[in-house]
Write a protein that binds this ligand. Structure first.
Ligand SMILES: [Ca+2]
Length: 286
């Protein structure tokens, strides 16, 4: 099995392992033991409100510190976990951990939401409604502080069953955002069938908005679509200062990206709760 050269998803820990050939079975075995061995960690990438400049939420992102290969990006190991079914255990673990951390931050006095990615495979393998309910009950987190991020690929599962589960969770106050919107071809259809209240616009659409009128027009159309549907929009992958003013002019609600904040360990994320982004790198309050 060829392991792609990859770097930490936050780019803040340097390169991980170089392109190599690993024995797949051993690698998957390692993955299955990673949680018990304490090698998995959850990092939190801030999401800022574009109008107020204040911290609004964190997206929980997995890190795997392999004892031999170093930090391995989720882009590589999550597909393996989905293939083997381990994603059910891993997904439950992340959800519980993220809810516990978020509840601690909320208890400190300031409301902040936590966004947790749910794999389409999880809907096939387990009751997402049940594990969300268990995580909320075990941690005491206010359901209104939890957002689930799902991708359009969720349509490979029974989309009506998924929609039903999400509606019931929504009645509890749990939010749901369609992730990486604009990266595929079926997003529009999925958007119409699922009760989403958030739209995360894929980072592939933002990269040229500060240099191309065409790119801006496409981005504006996607953001307008989200607003027409009553969804809060999040710009993913904000990495250029000139993008912020353009996003504000388009009425985008929130921003996430290396320009404003990289994924942080839990302790650093906690210290950010209630703060504003560093001066000069952030939109000033509208
Ligand atoms: Ca996501």
């Amino acid at each position: 099995m060829r392991v792609p050269s990859c770097e930490s998803p936050s780019k803040d820990e340097g390169p991980t392992f170089a392109a190599s050939v690993l024995p797949a079975p051993q690698f998957v075995d390692d993955l299955h033991r990673s949680v018990d061995r304490g090698e998995m960690d959850v990092y939190y990438q801030p999401i800022w409100d574009l109008a107020t400049g204040e911290l609004d939420a964190f997206e929980a992102l997995l890190r795997w510190r392999h004892p031999t290969w170093g930090v391995i990006a989720p882009d590589f190991f999550v597909p393996l976990a989905e293939e083997s079914g381990f994603i059910a255990e891993l997904g439950s673990w992340v959800l519980l951990r993220a809810c516990a951390d978020a509840n601690e931050w909320v208890a400190s006095g300031r409301r902040v939401s936590i966004a947790v990615n749910i794999s389409p495979r999880q809907f096939e393998l387990q009751s997402v409604e049940r594990i969300v309910g268990e995580a909320l009950a075990l941690t005491g987190l206010d359901p209104r502080c939890l957002d689930l991020e799902i991708t359009e690929n969720v349509a490979v599962a029974d989309v009506d069953a998924v929609a039903g589960a999400l509606r019931r969770l929504r009645e509890l106050g749990v939010g749901c955002a369609l992730d990486d919107f604009g990266s595929g071809f079926n997003g529009m259809a999925t958007l119409g069938r699922l009760p989403v209240d958030g739209l995360k616009i894929d980072k592939s659409l933002i990269s040229r908005i500060h240099v191309s009128e065409t790119a801006r027009a496409i981005y504006r159309a996607v953001a307008d679509l989200g607003h027409e549907l009553g969804a809060r929009t999040v710009a993913e992958g904000v990495e250029h200062p000139h993008q912020i003013g353009l996003l504000r002019a388009m009425g985008v609600d929130r921003i996430q990206g290396f320009l404003v904040a990289r994924p942080l360990p839990a302790a650093q994320a906690r210290s950010l709760v209630g703060s504003r982004p560093p001066e000069g790198r952030v939109p000033t309050p509208a």
